[in-house]
Design a protein around this ligand. Structure first.
Ligand SMILES: Nc1ncnc2c1ncn2[C@@H]1O[C@H](COP(=O)(O)OP(=O)(O)OP(=O)(O)O)[C@@H](O)[C@H]1O
Ligand SMILES: O=c1[nH]c(=O)c2[nH+]cn([C@@H]3O[C@H](COP(=O)(O)O)[C@@H](O)[C@H]3O)c2[nH]1
Ligand SMILES: NC(=O)CC[C@H](N)C(=O)O
Ligand SMILES: [Mg+2]
Length: 528
């Protein structure tokens, strides 16, 4: 049983980042809705502290979520961030109010009073000797009166109470956001809160996690057989390696080739897992089934749904062939869990239906095994490294389950997929080969996801003095930490030039290459 920090979420866009920072400090934490009941908080074993997130709401508004009373009676330190601070003030006898001076973005905050949370953590010291922090703010409301027992911990000229603390009770609150990287000392502040103030031991690390997870999987599964949809992507690969370590040959992976994989992907996945790791992998070539069902369909959502259904068909057929498969393993990770909880509450609109293996028919009768459901992607990667997976697999860009099916706009045809595979392979090869001299890293490593998109429109070109009338490919490369928002990557022109000329020269059928310069939002990463 790990010591844990409970993060209560009031709907901030950056709540996940609080959890990331706490985990990075080596402390286990979980995010739960801000209106959990008192009994839930009392039931938290190993609870060492509570963090209250920000929110779009206003703490003084009647209808806003209140912090459960038990939070302040649990006998553990509490850190309120932004809305969390304003709620703390409002509920403990101080005051939070609407302000006519909103602050968004960079701010300089003066630290006061030598609190355990901020003492010594300044970014610079003014001529008058005041310790200053460079922070990121995002608020329109503010605390205007300290609750009894609290002292001032931080201020800015427009926000005189930008931090407050009641050190006897272990209550701390910040108006700025320590969880975002723009707050330079943010990571140190959160680490100090969870280790020094809450007294957590930093007992969360991946090598130890492997031992625990292996024991859990063995206890859960017993002698049953498990099947796992293996994509060759990071999550399912790490899940496969972990489960294989726990139960060896009781695991059978099913790798589905839907005809929409990248160049040579099937061979790579089979050789890594079957040959190198000795994991049982069934390679199902379902190209005809997928392509048949997709013929004539051009609506993106309809395509996604067909692909999702076909995956289930394949898993169902394959599990029926095994002696006693009782479990379906998935590479579900913590952001999937948080996001699906958020979408169940109806707060978030559905932009795209993810193909996932979920929604399995009842007659399949499989229980779910999800050993990564508590981990963030960066932790999954560390786990993969600790399990001995090759770095090229662990650090590869994510690839969506529907594959090239959502990268060929409109109707999917084999001819298009073949052209796209070759263009995409050239782009990826050049990204690997091109090194940025400032960082010493390849452009593949400097981007979070990169791929080519097939546009089923023809344009005129001239090649070898002759006229061409061929298809267009768009290149997409993005940088992002969480895939929720993303910037297009400023790839060097020389790289774009090389890729474009190679694609046009080497892939007969494509005579034009464009580069996608849209960020997310308002665009999304994939084109469909
Ligand atoms: N071609 C495939 N064959 C079998 N299962 C697949 C295939 N593609 C996707 N899946 C299943 O769908 C799940 C979700 O896909 P997703 O792309 O989110 O994860 P991933 O492929 O494991 O990792 P990454 O996000 O790095 O691509 C996978 O974990 C896997 O179980
Ligand atoms: O496994 C997946 N099944 C899907 O159906 C799917 N759709 C999008 N993606 C991936 O999700 C991230 C965000 O993509 P979007 O900005 O296009 O929504 C990007 O990393 C996308 O590649 C998917 N992954
Ligand atoms: N980021 C936040 O938590 C903002 C809290 C509140 N909505 C405000 O505007 O001050
Ligand atoms: Mg994938």
């Amino acid at each position: 049983m790990h010591q844990r920090i409970l993060i209560l979420d009031y709907g901030s866009q950056v709540t996940q980042l609080i959890a990331r920072r706490v985990r990075e400090a080596g402390v286990y934490c979980e995010i739960h809705p801000g209106d959990v009941d008192d009994a839930f908080i009392q039931s938290q074993q190993g609870l060492k502290g509570i963090i209250l997130s920000g929110s779009h709401a206003s703490a003084y508004a009647e209808e806003s979520l209140k912090v459960p009373a038990q939070v302040f009676q649990a006998g553990v330190p509490v850190l309120g961030i932004c809305y969390g601070m304003q709620s703390m003030a409002a509920q403990l006898g101080g005051k939070a109010e609407w302000s006519d001076h909103r602050e968004f973005g960079y701010a300089e905050v003066r630290a006061h009073g030598h609190t355990r949370l901020l003492d010594g953590l300044q970014d610079f010291i003014t001529a008058e000797g005041h310790g200053m922090l460079k922070v990121w703010m995002s608020h329109g409301d503010k605390v205007t009166a300290l609750p009894p027992g609290f002292k001032l911990m931080a201020s800015t000229p427009s926000c005189p109470i930008a931090g407050m603390a009641d050190e006897d009770r272990g209550f701390y609150a910040l108006q700025f956001h320590p969880e975002v990287t723009h707050t330079t000392q943010g990571e140190a502040i959160l680490a100090r809160f969870v280790t020094e103030i809450c007294g957590c031991d930093r007992d969360w690390n991946m090598p130890d996690y492997i031992e625990e997870a292996v024991a859990d999987i063995r206890a859960q599964v017993g002698n049953d057989e498990v099947i796992l949809g293996l994509s060759g992507g990071v999550d399912s690969s790490v899940a496969a390696a972990l489960i294989h370590k726990a139960i060896g040959d009781q695991l059978t992976c099913v790798f589905v080739d839907h005809g929409l994989l990248r160049l040579n992907e099937a061979e790579q996945v089979m050789s890594t897992f079957a040959d190198h790791f000795g994991i049982k992998v069934i390679h199902v070539d379902a190209t005809d089934a997928f392509m048949g069902k997709l013929a004539g369909v051009s609506d993106p959502e309809a395509k996604r749904k067909i692909i999702g259904r076909e995956f289930v068909e394949v898993f169902q057929t394959e599990s029926g062939k095994l002696r006693s498969a009782r479990w379906l393993a998935q590479g579900t990770i913590y952001p999937d869990v948080i996001e699906s909880a958020a979408s169940k509450t109806g707060k978030a609109v559905a932009i795209k239906s993810h193909h996932n293996v979920g929604g399995l028919p009842d007659d399949m009768n499989l229980k779910l095994l999800e050993p990564l459901r508590e981990l963030f992607k960066d932790e999954v990667r560390k786990l993969g490294v600790a399990l001995g997976l090759p770095p090229a697999m662990v650090y590869r860009h994510p690839f969506p389950g529907p594959g090239l099916g959502v990268r060929i706009l409109g109707e999917v045809k084999k001819e298009y997929a073949d052209l796209l595979r070759r263009a995409d392979a050239i782009f990826i090869e050049e990204l690997h080969k091109t090194i940025d001299h400032t960082s010493g890293k390849s452009w593949y490593d400097l981007t979070s996801q990169a791929f080519a998109v097939f546009l089923p429109v023809k344009s005129v070109g001239v090649m070898g003095d002759g006229r061409t009338y061929d298809y267009v490919v768009a290149l997409r490369a993005v940088q992002t930490s969480d895939f929720m928002t993303a910037d297009w990557a400023e790839l060097p022109y020389a790289l774009l030039k090389k890729v474009s000329s190679r694609i046009i020269n080497e892939v007969r059928g494509i005579n034009r290459v464009t580069y996608d310069v849209s960020s997310k939002p308002p665009a999304t990463i994939e084109w469909e």
